[in-house]
Design a protein around this ligand. Structure first.
Ligand code: GLN
Length: 480
């Protein structure tokens, strides 16, 4: 049965169309995968009951009968929604996020809620208030974060696809740690209606799959304008699988971003896997050049400030009055706010709220928040200038492969540097994708990133697909 566990969406579609298996049997099969193995991987916070999964979706559409898992910061009507935080324990979503409504319309079967870093704050999955998801490739290591459960479930063959969210890298970094394709689309391409805001100007839903085709297919189901999200772009629905020909456009120019690949601290095996990738792309006909994007060196610091500022503002709504848990200890209204937030939020979330309020406070906003916004604008200009010379950029996804639990406990700053290569896409709003490109000597997955200009998803996926067809990585599975 393992070939069903690791079947792609495309393969499952054929089996469903040939009536080799029914949608309900698939849900039962994957529910059993969770029941048998998730005690070890801890990817899901909840798997729904089969009939309620079946009853929630249409019985046709481009994802008809295809099970998937949803990060627990995306609203699914009448289901729990916790953001892996104690403060939302027992909270039920009142409506579907637009992406969820579209998935249901396209017939996708939504199996449950994926674990994550609390409120999507983290790079390892370790800040979840409930459990620490493990990396199916090596359970002594993290799956990456903050979409830790989404990545772990797809890599473990519990579902063929999952949704994550990315504010600074939470789809691409876990994808690279788990041998998955992870896409962070252009800001505004997928509606944010119904996702719990972390950094609203940076947040995007992203798709995690084992192949590029599957990623393009799920994107096709959820992308496109939504009047319910004021930052949604006026983009029509599109079939992103159309451009996947196995070839790249004639004369495609790819820029290798030297100050990422040769940044201090990037492990040698990552550098060599990305350099090998460059050769494969050249073999496909790409014209490569090497360039530097100096503003990128400030991206992690800029992200640090802007994301905390927005988080502090967004998380002010969790006060015990409107959502989730209310602390019942006697006292004044102010005590109730304080006790609720004290008991409800974990340490990482509290730290970020404090930093966010600090960088926004009178007297400090000029020095920190305003300055970060200026650097963000410089960075955007630098990227847009680069896209006058090249069509796509290539860089590593993360400086290292999946690390051990607790590896950065003594040095949290190193953990924040996980976002070094990814957060620039969120800060500038451009799309970026992480694609498997190798294995370390000890058998851990490595990923590389393509960055493109705004709304270049079609081109990025086309190139990613052509690359994937030349390489064996997408055919390798964790042993679960
Ligand atoms: N690792 C980053 C952070 O901790 C990214 C999180 C995200 O993209 N949600 O903020």
């Amino acid at each position: 049965m393992n070939n069903l566990a690791f079947a792609t969406i495309k393969e499952l579609r054929t089996k469903l169309d040939n009536k080799e298996i029914s949608p309900k049997e698939l849900v039962q099969f994957f529910s059993k995968r969770f029941a048998d193995h998730d005690g070890n991987i801890l990817s899901a916070l909840e798997i729904f009951e089969t009939d309620s999964i079946m009853g929630a979706s249409q019985q046709n559409g481009i994802l008809h009968g295809i099970p998937g898992l949803i990060k627990d910061n995306i609203s699914q009507k009448d289901r729990g929604l916790t953001c892996a935080s104690k403060i939302l324990e027992g909270f039920t979503a009142a409506y579907d996020a637009t992406a969820i409504a579209r998935l249901k319309q396209e017939g996708a079967l939504l199996m449950g809620r994926a674990n994550m870093d609390e409120f999507a704050m983290g790079s390892s999955g370790e800040t979840s208030a409930y459990q620490k998801s493990k990396n199916p490739w090596d359970v002594s290591r993290v799956p990456g974060g903050s979409s830790s459960g989404s990545a772990a479930a797809v890599a473990a063959g519990f579902v063929p696809w999952a949704l994550g969210t990315s504010t600074g890298g939470s789809v691409r970094q876990p994808a690279s740690f788990c041998n998955l394709v992870g896409l962070k689309p252009t800001y505004g391409l997928i509606s944010r209606y119904g996702i719990v805001a972390y950094g609203s100007s940076l947040d995007q839903i992203g798709v995690m799959t084992r192949t590029v085709y599957d990623n393009a297919l799920v994107l096709s189901a959820i992308a496109g304008h939504d009047p319910k999200d004021s930052s949604s772009l006026t983009v029509e629905k599109n079939d992103y699988t159309q451009s996947l020909t196995g070839k790249i456009p004639n004369g495609l120019r790819i820029g290798i971003v030297e100050n990422t690949l040769y940044a201090q601290g990037v492990e040698a095996e990552i550098v060599s896997a990305v350099e090998t990738t460059v050769k494969v792309l050249e073999g496909l006909g790409a014209k490569t050049s090497r360039l530097k994007l100096p503003a990128l060196d400030y991206s992690a610091a800029t992200y640090f400030i802007i994301s905390r500022a927005e988080a502090a503002s967004n998380l002010a709504r969790f006060d015990g009055v409107r959502y989730g848990v209310r602390n019942k200890k006697a006292g004044t209204l102010n005590d109730m706010y304080c006790n609720t937030r004290h008991d409800g939020f974990g340490a990482e979330v509290k730290t970020r709220i404090l930093i966010g309020n600090y960088v926004l406070s009178a007297g400090y906003a000029d020095a920190y928040y305003e300055k970060a916004k200026i650097v963000q604008r410089m960075m955007t200009k630098e990227f847009l200038d680069a896209y006058k010379e090249v069509d796509l950029l290539i860089m590593p996804t993360a400086p290292c492969p999946a690390f051990k639990f607790g590896a950065f406990d003594a040095d949290k700053l190193q953990l924040d540097l996980q976002d070094y290569f990814t957060c620039a896409a969120n800060l500038t709003g451009v799309p970026a994708i992480s694609i498997p490109c190798g294995m370390t000597a000890s058998g851990l997955p490595i990923g590389f990133q393509l960055y493109g200009p705004h709304l270049s998803e079609e081109l990025m996926l086309q190139v990613a697909y052509a690359y994937e067809q030349q390489t064996p990585w997408h055919t390798m599975y964790a042993n679960v």
